[in-house]
Design a protein around this ligand. Structure first.
Ligand code: ZN
Length: 125
């Protein structure tokens, strides 16, 4: 899997939080890196795939490529905000281009979450 990163959304240790709450009724919006069409991802998906559940959506080679491309430490396993990384796959409705969104998720108190979106890339098989 080859990743073409969106230079506008890069991992940062000082990024402001994108979503907070116990149930996230919000969407993360992005523009398709191939055709520019608007895409949106339900923010709740980041929480649903937290704690390693996202790994089911990728093979082990892809998992390694994601961690490397988005500069996630395999030693600490932590996302840039200090939480745990989540990677989501999303296809553009207009041109079907495959995209990856990298977020860090923390449970800041019981069942209350904070989500930082650290990276977006287009994935080419
Ligand atoms: Zn597209």
């Amino acid at each position: 899997m080859k990743l073409i990163p969106d230079s506008a959304v890069r991992p940062s240790y000082s990024r402001r939080v994108d979503f907070v709450g116990d149930r996230l009724n919000a969407d993360y919006s992005l523009s398709c890196l191939q055709c520019g069409a608007q895409m949106s991802i339900a923010a709740q998906q980041f929480i649903e795939r937290w704690w390693g559940k996202w790994e089911k959506d990728f093979n082990s080679e892809e998992v390694a490529a994601l961690l490397e491309n988005f500069d996630v430490s395999t030693t600490s396993g932590k996302s840039h905000d200090g939480g745990l990384p989540v990677f989501l796959r999303a296809a553009c409705q207009a041109c079907q281009a495959d995209h990856i969104v990298y977020a860090g998720v923390q449970e800041t108190s019981t069942s209350y979450y904070a989500v930082w979106v650290h990276g977006v890339a287009m994935a080419i098989a």
